[in-house]
Ligand binder design. Structure first.
Ligand SMILES: CC(C)(COP(=O)(O)OP(=O)(O)OC[C@H]1O[C@@H](n2cnc3c(N)ncnc32)[C@H](O)[C@@H]1OP(=O)(O)O)[C@@H](O)C(=O)NCCC(=O)NCCS
Length: 162
């Protein structure tokens, strides 16, 4: 059975292992550098500092199978950015990603969030993510050429939560 929960200290090792296992899709072009940032952020969240961010995980039979976080975009009025969102390959297409987004959105609505941003690529490797965001009610609002790296453009999706 799949369960979605807020990340707590006892989940930290499993969550970090899962993120590292999926580094090619979750951590972009400098995985080792970004992993250090992810670890610091998630460690802070599970130790209780959820002021501007939060982090969720999905488990199946106790095994972490999906992760998703959000962080407030500095300088905005209640705009949040989706981060470290992924489901392990053998569990995709079974609704786990949808459950994680639902949990995130409920937590964000409690905070009065206005907008949720999701950043994807226009390349073929990100086609499932783009289809997923559209199916979840996000709109593609901008493209930034060569954003991730040369010839790999940013596809910026936004969902209104208010
Ligand atoms: C994007 C991602 C997180 C989606 O997670 P997921 O668990 O596969 O998402 P869901 O199962 O909720 O939805 C995906 C698809 O499965 C379908 N689905 C939902 N529940 C289902 C179920 N019970 N059985 C079968 N299919 C189902 C959905 O309709 C959706 O269909 P679509 O392909 O037409 O969009 C996942 O593909 C992933 O980890 N990708 C790699 C990392 C990544 O790209 N992250 C985003 C960074 S931009």
């Amino acid at each position: 059975m799949v369960e979605v929960m807020r990340a707590e200290p006892e989940h930290l090792d499993g969550v970090l292992e899962l993120i590292w296992d999926m580094k090619d899709t979750l951590l972009g072009t400098h995985p080792a550098h970004e992993m250090a940032g992810a670890e610091a952020a998630i460690r802070e969240i599970v130790s209780g500092n959820r002021t501007t961010r939060d982090f969720f995980l999905a488990t199946a039979g106790g095994r972490p199978v999906g992760v998703a976080g959000f962080a407030e975009v500095v300088g905005t009025d209640r705009v949040y950015r989706l981060s470290y969102f992924g489901v392990v390959p053998d569990m995709r297409g079974r609704g786990v990603g949808g459950m994680l987004i639902k949990a995130l959105e409920e937590a964000l609505k409690d905070r009065g969030a206005r907008l949720l941003l999701a950043e994807a690529s226009h390349e073929g490797y990100a086609a499932p993510a783009r289809r997923f965001y559209r199916a979840q009610g996000f709109r593609l609002v901008a493209t930034v050429d060569d954003f991730w790296q040369e010839s790999d453009d940013l596809a910026l999706f936004i969902k209104r939560l208010d």
